[in-house]
Design a protein around this ligand. Sequence first.
Ligand code: SAM
Length: 257
Amino acid sequence: MNELNPTLSIVGAGPGDPELITIKGLKAIQKADVILYDALASKELLEQARPDCKLVYVGKRKGKKEFSQDEINQLIVFYATRYGHVVRLKGGDPNVFGRGHEELEYAARRGVTIQVVPGVSSSIAAPSAAGIPITKRGVNESFWVVTGTLSSGELSNDIYLAAQSSATVIVLMGMSHLNTITSIFQDSRSPFEPIAIIQNATLPEQKVVTGTMMNIHQQVLENDISSPAVIVIGKVVNERTEMENLIPVEIHNTLQR
Ligand SMILES: C[S@@+](CC[C@H](N)C(=O)[O-])C[C@H]1O[C@@H](n2cnc3c(N)ncnc32)[C@H](O)[C@@H]1O
């Protein structure tokens, strides 16, 4: 019998379209003994696992409380020590507001071999998939990626600082604070500051609305925009080129397992 080598691969699944996972990420899924996944994980990616791979859901449960971070950490170590190679599949990049490093530290301290497979973050993918350049020569010099909502539920103070800069500001988890965010930018920049909101980026149901601090709320209501969504604020929004959605196609088994 092979000796078990408890291993954790924290794999970035990309923003939604299953084809936007990396080749390294896909290979890790194909080799995994156990995959821990949550609600945003695509069915197509889970179908790439070996038939004997254990799929463990650690997302929100209907009518029950969410798994706590502590519970997920413990499950990772439990499965790694009993089954071998655990893949923890996470949306976007595991280290962009993804708590990937907390899981990694916990497992490493308990003797589990660790690796991280970076992923395509929605912070970058959403504007690109909507035809908005994240940087454009002569238009902007930097971009900030900010969380709209802290773990306490409050708005991040960094939103105020970002609004005072000339940077393009990309807000994740910001929809529940949209009113406050637009009024901050209205005060610090201008009521006509451009804004775009991209919901379900890179998926067939992707929706994009654009406007200004004054009229974006109407766009959101009319188009029924909600989470998961990325908010993009700055002049690059005016550079948008409308395109067809990137339609996900099947992942073909062209990669050797
Ligand atoms: C907990 S954060 C995780 C971010 C992730 N690690 C990443 O790099 O994309 C979840 C937030 O990411 C954004 N997000 C993730 N996937 C998205 C998608 N397909 N379309 C729009 N926003 C998305 C939303 O703002 C959502 O509330």
